[in-house]
Ligand binder design. Sequence first.
Ligand SMILES: Cc1cc2nc3c(=O)[nH]c(=O)nc-3n(C[C@H](O)[C@H](O)[C@H](O)COP(=O)(O)O)c2cc1C
Length: 211
Amino acid sequence: MDADGLSVYDAIRLRRDVRAEFTGDVVDDATLWRILAAAHRAPSVGNSQPWDFVVVRDPSTLRKFAEHVADKRIEFRDALPEERATTFAPIKIEGIVESGTGIVVSYDHGRGGPQVLGRATVPETGVYSAVLAIQNLWLAATAEGIGVGWVSFYDPEFLTELVGLPDGIRPIAWLCVGPVHEFQQVPDLERFGWRTGRPLTDAVHQETFRA
Ligand SMILES: Cc1cc2nc3c(=O)[nH]c(=O)nc-3n(C[C@H](O)[C@H](O)[C@H](O)COP(=O)(O)O)c2cc1C
C-alpha cells in the first residue's frame, strides 16, 4: 500500500479500526518512531503531556493479553440477549497477536504537578489529552499504511500488572499496530450489522442542543 502524500482529510477518511487485516509482518522501528512522534506532538492540558507508550512485542506477552481479552469477550457475549449474541459472534474485536506490536497508552494524572493549567474545573481534560495523542498516532499510522486497532476488552488491573505500570499510572488503551493488506471502507460494526453511524446533521446543533 502506498500512502505517500495523503492529506489529513484523506487519512481521516481512510482510517479504520483494524482487527482482521494485519499482514503478520511487524512495523519497522523507523516507522514506529515517526508514528510515536506524531502522538507525542498532541495538544495537552497545561502542556502536561500525561501519556506514556509501552511498546510490547514479546510473543508471550501478546499471547497472555490475547487470552485475557478472549475471556472478557466471552463475559460480554454471555451478558447479551440471544439475538445480539448472534450478531456479535462473527465480529473480531482484536488483532493482538497478528499485529505483532501492541502499544499500551497510559495516563499519569500526577504529570504536570499539582496546578495543571486548565484542569482545575474539568479533571477529565487530562485523559482527553492522552486520547488526542492516540488519535494523532492513529492518523499518522494510517498515512504510513499501518493499521491500528483499539482494544478495550480488558481489566485495567490485569494490564497494569502485565506491563508493569507504576502506582498512579493507569492504562487507557491497548493499540494493535501493524502493516495491513488493506483498510476496510466500512467499519466492521456496520458491516456486521452491530451498529451503524449516524448522519452529521443529527450531531450538529445550532445555538442550543435542541435545535
Ligand atoms: C475508546 C475506544 C475503544 C474501542 N475498543 C474496541 C475494542 O475493544 N475492540 C474493537 O474491536 N474495537 C474497539 N474500538 C473501535 C470501534 O469499534 C470503532 O472505532 C468503531 O466501530 C468505528 O469504526 P472505525 O474506527 O473503523 O471507523 C474502540 C474505539 C474506541 C474509540
